[in-house]
Design a protein around this ligand. Structure first.
Ligand code: SF4
Length: 201
């Protein structure tokens, strides 16, 4: 799947993803400001949510972030990822239960690879909409905390479609250039376990 790839050789793709993510962050911040929304004081840490990620681009971007950690930090992250994977394997329904385990990159309440986090970590929380590739509009109401503290505010349009499209286009180019193929469905812990296994070198 994602074998023998060096994140340095993929710099143009990862730099482009950085731009997409920065644009995404900017729109999210603007919308959060409009609502007066903040994660501060939230007990329901969304880093305990079972998020799956679907692109090699996000995997490789996270790998780039891992490259910047010290050996000790990386080893600790791998250990937490192994523990996460073991806990999920022992969970009812093979990890699809509501059991909530903190992401192995969350340390003392903060993400140690915040600048390299995947897309859903950046978009989660605010009400939004998007158009499916095959057509049809979908909308989401925002996270529980948002509904608790900001529900009186009028909806400010946040269309995820352009970001999904940009990520999909980038993924396609990356796969064409590298020969990466196959479906990807990984949690952050899965990604770290995969990296740890030495598939990414
Ligand atoms: S990658 Fe970072 S932001 Fe995303 S769930 Fe893990 S700790 Fe939280």
């Amino acid at each position: 799947m994602i074998e023998n790839l060096n994140t340095q050789n993929l710099a143009p793709f990862l730099d482009e993803l950085d731009v997409v993510f920065n644009d995404m962050d900017k729109e999210f911040e603007d919308a959060a400001k409009y609502y007066g929304f903040s994660c501060a004081g939230c007990d329901d840490n969304c880093c305990k949510s079972l998020f799956y990620h679907y692109t090699a681009a996000e995997y490789l971007f996270l790998a780039r972030g891992m490259d910047g950690l010290s050996d000790g930090e990386r080893t600790s992250a791998f250990e937490r990822a192994d523990a996460y994977a073991s806990a999920m394997a022992g969970a009812p329904n093979g990890g699809n239960s509501p059991q909530r385990i903190i992401c192995p990159l969350n340390v003392f309440g903060g993400c140690i690879l915040y600048g390299f986090r995947p897309m859903i970590c950046r978009l989660f929380g605010l009400p939004h909409e998007f158009t499916r590739p095959a057509g049809g509009r979908v909308s989401g109401p925002g996270c529980d905390r948002f509904l608790e503290v900001c529900k009186e505010k009028e909806y400010r349009r946040f269309d995820r479609t352009p970001y999904y499209a940009r990520l999909a286009g980038l993924e396609k180019s990356l796969r064409n250039a590298t020969g990466i193929n196959g479906k990807i469905k990984m949690t952050v812990a899965d990604m770290l376990v995969y990296m740890e296994a030495g598939v990414k070198t």
